[in-house]
Ligand binder design. Structure first.
Ligand SMILES: NC(=O)c1ccc[n+]([C@@H]2O[C@H](COP(=O)([O-])OP(=O)(O)OC[C@H]3O[C@@H](n4cnc5c(N)ncnc54)[C@H](OP(=O)(O)O)[C@@H]3O)[C@@H](O)[C@H]2O)c1
Length: 280
């Protein structure tokens, strides 16, 4: 199997008219993927690059290494194909309105282009999985600040600044927990339910702009967020519940986002798409 870098190089190397960079579905479009230093967002960033997009890689913590190494990987492949740098890194906490503005400012300035695509993958979870009775106000506020307020702030900025007239895409992230409604996920699921409601309203409010708004709602996906605070036994139980007998992988989600981001996905608008191997 090709490594991610080999896959990017293959995608960027013009071998025939059908695989030239200009023929890629997201050629030259600018995409911001929040929370793309790790996990699902990282895989989405790689996938959108393979589809031709120019990428803003985002994270919020003190550790810039994962985001920097992803950008270096993407830009090395671009250099090998003699195209311009295709990824920049912007540290910004999506729960802070000023930092979200800076995120969009950086994208527009560095790529000298409006942003076409926002994928808001950044998210957080209380890995103690408290019941509602045991949820502290600090935990509730943190989970809502990133998952609900963060989605709102990124959506608001995108609604005001995304390219009009075709190709504009807002792709938010919820969770299949909104359908599964399991104990221990009260604040998280409530915050994601808010994102689902905003998705449907924003899609209607953006009538006439050509911008579509959708929400991807995965089931269990093997990332740090999923494994945090879980025992091997708990993980095994979740795998046993899956009709396909495995956890989801980040590569199970990225192609769906790629489709929604492309012109071919335009008719999917205002939808919540659960992607969970039949878990719910
Ligand atoms: N994995 C699953 O089983 C699963 C299931 C359903 C839904 N989801 C949803 O899918 C999305 C991605 O989850 P994941 O599993 O990929 O999570 P992950 O592996 O924990 O990665 C989270 C990413 O978000 C960034 N991030 C966290 N807080 C941020 C903030 N305030 N501002 C900007 N970036 C921030 C992290 O970087 P820093 O730490 O550097 O900030 C990291 O890049 C989330 O919205 C999650 O709720 C995941």
């Amino acid at each position: 199997m090709a490594t991610p870098q080999e896959a990017i190089e293959t995608a960027l190397t013009p071998t025939s008219p059908s695989t030239s960079p200009q023929s890629l579905p997201l050629h030259h479009r600018v995409a911001i993927v929040t929370g793309s230093s790790r996990g699902i967002g990282r895989q989405i960033a790689l996938h959108l690059t393979q589809l031709g997009a120019r990428l803003v890689i985002n994270y919020s913590s003190d550790n810039s290494a994962p985001a920097d190494s992803l950008a270096a990987e993407i830009n090395a492949a671009a250099a090998a194909a003699a195209s311009l740098p295709r990824a920049i890194v912007v540290r910004a906490d999506i729960s802070d309105p000023t930092q979200v503005k800076v995120l969009f400012d950086s994208a527009e300035r560095d790529f000298n282009s409006p942003v076409h695509i926002l994928v808001n993958s950044a998210g957080t979870l209380d890995s103690k999985y408290p019941t509602i009775a045991d949820t502290s106000i600090e935990s509730f506020d943190r989970v809502f600040a990133v998952n609900a307020t963060g989605a709102f702030l990124c959506s608001r900025e995108a609604a005001n600044r995304l390219k009009r007239g075709g190709g504009g895409r807002i792709i938010l992230f919820s969770s299949s927990q909104v359908a599964a409604l399991r104990p221990g996920f009260g604040a998280y699921t409530a915050a994601k339910a808010a994102v689902e409601a905003m998705t449907k309203i924003l899609a209607k409010e953006l009538k006439g702009t050509g911008i579509t708004v959708n929400c991807v709602a995965p089931g269990p996906i093997a990332t740090e967020l999923f494994f945090g605070g879980r025992t091997e036994e708990q993980v095994k139980k979740i795998i046993d519940e899956s009709p396909l007998g495995r956890l989801g992988e980040t590569k199970d989600v990225a192609p769906l986002v790629g489709f929604l981001a492309s012109d071919a996905g335009e008719w999917v608008n205002g939808q919540i798409i659960r992607i969970n191997g039949g878990y719910v």
